[in-house]
Design a protein around this ligand. Sequence first.
Ligand code: SF4
Length: 367
Amino acid sequence: MQKNNNCNIKRRKTREISIGKSKKQKILIGGNNPVAIQSMCTTKTEDWKATSEQIIALEKENCQIVRIAVPGKDAAKAIPKIKKYINIPLVADIHFDYKLALEAIKQGADKVRINPGNIGGKDNVREVIIAAKKAGIPLRLGINAGSLEEDIVKKYGRSCAQGMNESARRWVRFFEKQGFKNFVVSLKASDVIETVDAHKLFSKDFDYPLHLGITEAGLNLSGIVKSSVGIGALLLAGIGDTIRVSISGDAVKEVTVAKEILKSLGLYTGEPVIIACPTCGRTEIDLEKIATEIEQKTKFIKKPVKIAVMGCVVNGPGEARDADYAVCGGKKMGAIYKGGKLVKSVEEVKLVDEFMKMIKKDFRKNN
Ligand code: SF4
């Protein structure tokens, strides 16, 4: 077990995998590397312009690995065009047709995700492994509760964590038999407990990096909640090397939520951590507006600086003491703190500007 420097979670040490061939697009996952954030494009991959634009928007939000659907040859052929424009590794997502995996590898995909349960048997999987080995790229062995082998479903009577684990073990052994260890594993179900249990069972015996996610998590709010609970529970147990939050719709939002999950556990160090009180009848300032403005304006700081925005003196001074910077509301005014010490009190209308003056002075030289 390794200890992460920025939090108290003891992360399970896994095998290191490199994704991306060019220096610009390469990322290391597993080993001692931070948990990486992934997302998946919602565009038609063959529309390489729209797909590239979406990936660039994802990169701006600090997405580190992106997956695209490859449901046909045209999508596979868009891979080299997309790769010209982007700065993060591109993963081809393949279902049913192993020949599309071979085509995606030929077209320069940095990694290919296959679900061995729906790709037509061992011979086809072997072909994909041979091609990946030859191209020097990793694969993701994606086990999905919805497509477990028939004998496993029969044995357990339904899809379940034990069945997912059994399927994963079976395929891991098959990959290893082909002399191939350059892969990541995912065990996804739409049920949170099933997903968490499957990962826990699997990670007892294997050190392959694990990609976490709750599949088909749902629309906006339910997707966020289910992903946060499932991914959070696993990260707290020290399990997980990459994560994807699944939300129907906006791919960029998936990355924003993923960052917040990691931040909440001290596993993301590239942005400030904002603490804001929920407001109540004692609130004397427009806290939501002020906290939102401060959050947006401090995004340029690429450090996990703790900033508290509090509505009144009940918990404000206490939080301010524990934060690197803080504002604490009073009657139409606010107090600004730095390192737990009161710097000044200003009118509410000047609060954000005065706060940002101090922040910019402190961080300009380092950014
Ligand atoms: Fe209410 Fe003050 Fe607590 Fe904010 S800090 S929730 S305003 S009591």
